[in-house]
Design a protein around this ligand. Structure first.
Ligand code: ADP
Ligand code: MG
Length: 226
């Protein structure tokens, strides 16, 4: 198995309230080819977990290993691992407001590949896949919420990530757009890829292969269908 995420005894406390373990000693393996949904009440640690997995934040204790890379806090290598291996989609504000849809999508690839023309061609292809070709030159504030998220998905995919992390990606969308985004997200499933998303929507959560429930910093597996 060449792609995996192993978290071991992962614990997170914040400076502001050190007595609360936002994540409490979590051990779990995420496996390739599977989709994982994370549910749980507001404040239960969903975003905290996703921020640790995306190497944006550091754990207070415990370890993360991504496909043989042992993650050390504040390692410059983390930025490289994130850029190459992880695609991230948030609820909103995914895109840089001063750049067009096309620029938003191709820039992360340009940073890694240094090949502008190739990056643009690839970005156009991905934008086409999410049905947004007619708006490549629009700025984020000229796009609807659903359109922003479709571009955000194209952007998250530009470096062909092994891991896709989505934190309530449809939290600000109406139900038709939410369905479309989740359809696109589930279509991205492949045997090497790990897709993890947080949602408050039971229907979308149930579509995942593995359902995780967060509660008071603890993680409970609801069922594992594969
Ligand atoms: N930067 C921070 N500083 C202090 N506390 C934080 C910070 N980020 C999150 N928290 C706290 O951690 C808990 C979990 O937050 P979060 O992971 O955002 O939950 P969820 O995404 O499930 O709503 C909350 O109680 C929140 O107040
Ligand atoms: Mg959250």
């Amino acid at each position: 198995m060449n792609n995996y995420i192993k978290i071991k005894n992962l614990t997170k406390k914040y400076e502001k309230n050190k007595s609360i373990k936002v994540l409490n000693n979590i051990t779990f393996n995420f496996e390739p080819g599977k989709t994982y949904s994370i549910m749980g009440p507001s404040g239960s640690g969903k975003s905290t977990l996703l921020n640790l997995l995306s190497l944006i934040d550091n754990p207070t204790a415990g370890s993360i290993e991504i496909s043989k890379n042992k993650i050390n806090s504040n390692n410059v290598k983390n930025d490289f691992i994130r850029a190459k291996k992880i695609g991230i989609i948030y609820q909103d504000k995914n895109l840089l407001s001063d750049f067009t849809a096309l620029e938003n999508v191709y820039l992360p690839h340009l940073l890694v590949s240094k090949e502008k023309q190739k990056s643009i061609e690839l970005a156009k292809k991905l934008i086409k896949n999410v049905g947004m070709s007619s708006k490549i030159n629009y700025f984020p504030n000229e796009l609807s919420g659903g359109e922003n998220q479709r571009i955000a998905i194209a952007r998250a995919l530009i470096n062909n990530p092994d891991i896709i992390l989505a934190d309530e990606p449809t939290g600000s969308l109406d139900s038709d757009n939410a369905k479309l985004i989740f359809k696109i997200l589930f279509d991205l499933k492949n045997k090497n890829r790990i897709i993890i998303f947080a949602t408050h929507n039971r229907y979308f959560a149930n579509m995942a292969d593995c359902k995780i429930m967060m509660n008071d910093g603890n993680m409970q597996i609801i069922n594992d269908t594969i």
